[in-house]
Design a protein around this ligand. Structure first.
Ligand code: GLC
Length: 749
C-alpha cells in the first residue's frame, strides 16, 4: 500500500510540478539512499569509505581482505579492467554492505589519445575544443572502468621554474576559470551516471603554483585578498559548473598546510561556496603534515585533516588507522565522519556505481579512434604559438628541400608531455613520422644530431651542417624532454638545455640558410639568445599524439597559426616572477629603460629617477601574455564605448572593428582587458575580462563587442568584502596584453 502511495505521490509530483526538474527529484532519491545506507554502516565501514589506496603499494593478500571487510572506498592507478572487476566483485558481492569501489586515475590531457598538455590547450583559447578533448578522454578512460580523474588542475602558474606549469592553464585567473569549467564539463558530460562520464577533481586547493622559488611542494605566502582575487576564482567557477570533487594541495600557505586548513575547506568551500562535492587529499598530503611540522604524528595528522574537512585520504592510511580511536576519545566527532561518508556515497550513487559497478571488457575500439586523433590534431594546431616569422619565411612551400634537424623531430615519448600514464608512444605521430607518411611528397633529409634535449655531444654537428647546406631550409626541432617538466621537476635555469642553442647558432652561422625553429617543451623557456638565429619560431607546449601532422599543417600553411600565450615568456630566469596582471608599484619603470652598458664608469649612487626594473634585462618580458602571431594581419580599429559614465546596474558595451588585411584566412583571439586606476587596494594594471576567437577570410571585417557590468569591475577588498569602487577605469581591446586600443570610463556609485 505504502509503495503505491509513494508512486502516486511521485506521479502527481511529476505531473503537477513539471518545473520540478528531474534532477531535483533524482537528488531527493539519492539523498534518501545515502541516508538509509549510512544508517546501516558500522564505524569501521564508514572509515573504509574514506580510504583510497594504490594497489601497487599494497600488494598483499590482506589487501583483498580489506576490501572484503569494507575498509577500502577507492583505488587509484589500476587500469586493468579484469582486475578492477575482480576487486569490485569482492566489494560488491562479498563485503557486508556491497558498497562499490570508486576507481580513479590521473587522466590529465588524454587517456590513450593524448592531447597537448594543459598549458598547450590553454594556448588555443578554445574552451569548446578543450571540452571536446576532455569528453574524448573520459570516453576512452571509462572503457577500462575508471570513473574519477584528478583533473583539471586550476593552479595559477606564474613561475616557469615550476615543473607543473605544464599541467596548468597558465597565469591568468579569468582564462583558467573559463578553461577549467570547460574541462570539468567535458569530463563529467551531461550526467555523471552516464557510463562514459568521469567525476572531475579540481586541484590543487590552494595556491600550489606559487611555491617559493618554483620548487615543487614548497611553501606559499599568499595573503587572503590575493587568494580571493587571483587563486580562488577559477575553483569557484568550476564548482559552480558542477565539479564533483576537489583535491587539497601539498603546500602550506601562510603557515597552514592546505590539507589541514579548515578556513579554506570549511569557511570558503562549504560555507561561502556551498560546495556539495567530495574533498580528497593529495597523495599522502595528510601524513605529510608531519614533515611540514604541523602534526607530531599520524594520529595528529588524521585529527587535523578530518576536522579541517578532508574526506578521503589518498594513499596514506592515517584515517583507517587512527580515526576510530580519535572518535572514541571525542577529539573527532562521528558527525564529521558521517558528513564525509555522505559525500562519498552520494558521488558513488551519482556515478551510478551501485547500479552498474562492473565494466564490460573494453572493446578498445574507441582507443585512438580516427575521430579522436582528428580532435588531437586540431587542438594541437590551435595550441601552437607563432612567436616569430621574419620576412614571412612561413608558410613553407612543400616543394622545398627541408633539412629536419634536432632531437624533438622524432621523440614519440617526449612529444606527449608530462602526466601520460596510458598513452602509448607507438601511436605518437612525430614530425618525422608525418613526413614519411602523409607528407611523403615533401623532400627532406633528417639529422637528429642530438640524442635528447640534455645531450652535450657535438660530434654530429657537422652532419647537421652538411644536411642543411644541401637543403633550401632548415627546420630545427628542439625543446625539452617531457620528464624535465611536470611534478617535482623544477629548473633553476630554463634556457634550452645541452648544446641545443649552440646547434641552432652553428647551423645559422655556418650555412646562412633560412632556419625555422620548432620548440616542444613543458614550460615557457628563455629563448631570447636563440631568436637571432631563427627566422621563424613556432612554440608547442608538448603537443601530444598528433603533434607531428599538426606542426606540418602549420608550417606548410594548411592551417594558419592562431595560438596565444597563456603565460608570460621571460627573457631571463632571473626575471621570474613576471606576469602581465601585476601591480603598478609606486615607481613603475618607463617603457624604455637604459641598458646596463650605458652606465658610466664610476657612476655615483643617486636616488633620483629610480624605478622598478632590472639593470641587465629591463622590466619587459620577451613575449607578453596573450601574444601570438599569424600568417595574416589583423587590423584593430574604431574602439567604441557605449558610455564613458557607468552607474551601478549599468551595462556598458565596448566594441572594436577587426579586419583581416592579409592574404590568408585565419583565427584571431580578440582580448578585453580592464584596469582599475585607483582602489582601496593596489590593483593589477590590467586584467583579462573577456576573449573571443574569431575567424576572418582575407579582406573580411567584423565587429567584436563585450559587455562590462559591475561584476567585471568588482574585487575582494582587504576586509574580504566584494564589490566595485567608484573611479576611473581603463579598457583595452587588442591582440595581446600589451597591444590594444584604449578607452577610459568612470564608475559612479
Ligand atoms: C600526485 C599529484 C596529484 C595527483 C595525485 C595522484 O602527487 O600531486 O596532482 O592527482 O598525486 O596521482
Amino acid at each position: 500500500m505504502r509503495k503505491n502511495l509513494s508512486l502516486l505521490v511521485l506521479f502527481i509530483a511529476l505531473i503537477e510540478f513539471p518545473t520540478w526538474s528531474a534532477t531535483a527529484f533524482e537528488d531527493e532519491k539519492t539523498e534518501r539512499k545515502v541516508e538509509q545506507l549510512l544508517q546501516k554502516m558500522t564505524l569501521e565501514e564508514k572509515l573504509g569509505q574514506m580510504n583510497q589506496l594504490n594497489p601497487h603499494r599494497v600488494i598483499s593478500k590482506d589487501f583483498v581482505e580489506r576490501i572484503r571487510r569494507g575498509e577500502v572506498g577507492s583505488l587509484l592507478n589500476i587500469v586493468d579492467t579484469e582486475s578492477i572487476n575482480k576487486l569490485q566483485k569482492v566489494a560488491v558481492e562479498e563485503s557486508r554492505l556491497g558498497i562499490p569501489l570508486l576507481i580513479a586515475r590521473d587522466v590529465i590531457h588524454g587517456f590513450k589519445t593524448i592531447f597537448p598538455i594543459p598549458l598547450g590547450q590553454a594556448a588555443s583559447f578554445k574552451p569548446e575544443l578543450i571540452k571536446t578533448a576532455a569528453r574524448v578522454a573520459a570516453t576512452e578512460a571509462t572503457e577500462t572502468g575508471i570513473r574519477w580523474t584528478f583533473a583539471p588542475m586550476l593552479d595559477i602558474a606564474r613561475d616557469a621554474r615550476w615543473g607543473r606549469i605544464a599541467e596548468s592553464f597558465g597565469e591568468d585567473p579569468y582564462l583558467v576559470g573559463v578553461l577549467g569549467k570547460a574541462m570539468v564539463k567535458g569530463f563529467q558530460g551531461d550526467n555523471l551516471a552516464n557510463t562514459n562520464s568521469v567525476a572531475a577533481c579540481v586541484k590543487h586547493f590552494i595556491g600550489y603554483g606559487a611555491a617559493e622559488g618554483g620548487r615543487d611542494y614548497n611553501s606559499t605566502y599568499i595573503p587572503t585578498h590575493l587568494l580571493k582575487n587571483v587563486y580562488l576564482p577559477p575553483f569557484h567557477e568550476s564548482i559552480q559548473a558542477g565539479a564533483a570533487t576537489l583535491m587539497t594541495a601539498f603546500n602550506d600557505n601562510d603557515g597552514i598546510p592546505c590539507s589541514g586548513n579548515s578556513y579554506l575547506l570549511k569557511d570558503v568551500l562549504r560555507k561561502e561556496w556551498n560546495f556539495k562535492g567530495m574533498i580528497v587529499s593529495d597523495w599522502t598530503s595528510v601524513s605529510e603534515m608531519i614533515p611540514h611540522g604541523f602534526a607530531a604524528n599520524e594520529k595528529e595528522a588524521a585529527r587535523i585533516a578530518a576536522n579541517a574537512g578532508v574526506e578521503m585520504e589518498m594513499v596514506s592510511e592515517t584515517y583507517i588507522t587512527h580515526l576510530k580511536e580519535l572518535i572514541m576519545e571525542g577529539v573527532v566527532k562521528e558527525e564529521v565522519v558521517d558528513e564525509a561518508v555522505r559525500n562519498i556515497l552520494r558521488l558513488k550513487f551519482r556515478l551510478g556505481l551501485f547500479k552498474n559497478p562492473y565494466t564490460d571488457l573494453p572493446s578498445k575500439t574507441c582507443f585512438y579512434a580516427s575521430s579522436h586523433l582528428e580532435i588531437a590534431r586540431e587542438i594541437a594546431a590551435e595550441s601552437a604559438i607563432l612567436l616569430k616569422n621574419s620576412n614571412e619565411i612561413l608558410p613553407l612551400s612543400r616543394k622545398l628541400e627541408i633539412a629536419v634537424i634536432g632531437p624533438m623531430a622524432h621523440a614519440p615519448h617526449d612529444q606527449m608531455g608530462t602526466w601520460v600514464f596510458d598513452g602509448e608512444q607507438e601511436h605518437t605521430v612525430t614530425p618525422l613520422d608525418a613526413l614519411k607518411g602523409e607528407f611523403s611528397d615533401v623532400s627532406f633529409r633528417f639529422e637528429p644530431t642530438l640524442i635528447c634535449s640534455r645531450d652535450t655531444n657535438k660530434i654530429n654537428f657537422q652532419k647537421a651542417i652538411k644536411a642543411v647546406s644541401k637543403s633550401d631550409v632548415a627546420v630545427l626541432f628542439l625543446g625539452e624532454e617531457s620528464i624535465l617538466s611536470g611534478e617535482a621537476h623544477a629548473l633553476s635555469n630554463i634556457n634550452l638545455m645541452g648544446v641545443q642553442s649552440e646547434l641552432l647558432k652553428t647551423i645559422k652561422e655556418k650555412t646562412g640558410k633560412p632556419v625555422v625553429l620548432v620548440i616542444m617543451a613543458g614550460r615557457p623557456l628563455t629563448i631570447e639568445r636563440d631568436l637571432p638565429y631563427a627566422d621563424a619560431v613556432l612554440y608547442n607546449f608538448h603537443p601530444g599524439t598528433m603533434g607531428g601532422p599538426a606542426i606540418w599543417d602549420l608550417l606548410f600553411g594548411k592551417t594558419n597559426p592562431s595560438g596565444n600565450l597563456p603565460v608570460t615568456f621571460v627573457k631571463e630566469t632571473g626575471q621570474i616572477p613576471m606576469y602581465y596582471n601585476h601591480t603598478n608599484t609606486g615607481r613603475p619603470a618607463p617603457d624604455k629603460v637604459g641598458s646596463i652598458n650605458e652606465i658610466p664608469l664610476g657612476q655615483k649612487q643617486s636616488s633620483l629617477g629610480n624605478t622598478s626594473f632590472y639593470l641587465d634585462s629591463g622590466n619587459q618580458p620577451l613575449f607578453p601574455f596573450g601574444f601570438g602571431l599569424s600568417y595574416t594581419d589583423f587590423e584593430y580599429s574604431e574602439l567604441e564605448i557605449s558610455d564613458d559614465r557607468m552607474k551601478a546596474g549599468d551595462t556598458i558595451r565596448v566594441s572594436i572593428k577587426v579586419k583581416n588585411k592579409g592574404r590568408m584566412s585565419g583565427a584571431e583571439t580578440v582580448q578585453l582587458y580592464i584596469g582599475d586606476k585607483t582602489a582601496s587596494i593596489t590593483r593589477p594594471v590590467k586584467e583579462l575580462k573577456g576573449f573571443k576567437k574569431i575567424y576572418l577570410n582575407p579582406g573580411e571585417k567584423t565587429n567584436v563587442s563585450f559587455a562590462i557590468t559591475l561584476k567585471e569591475l568588482s574585487f575582494y577588498r582587504h576586509d574580504s568584502t566584494w564589490g566595485a569602487e567608484p573611479g576611473i577605469f581603463n579598457v583595452w581591446i587588442g591582440p595581446d596584453s600589451e597591444q590594444g586600443l584604449r578607452k577610459q570610463f568612470s564608475l559612479y556609485l
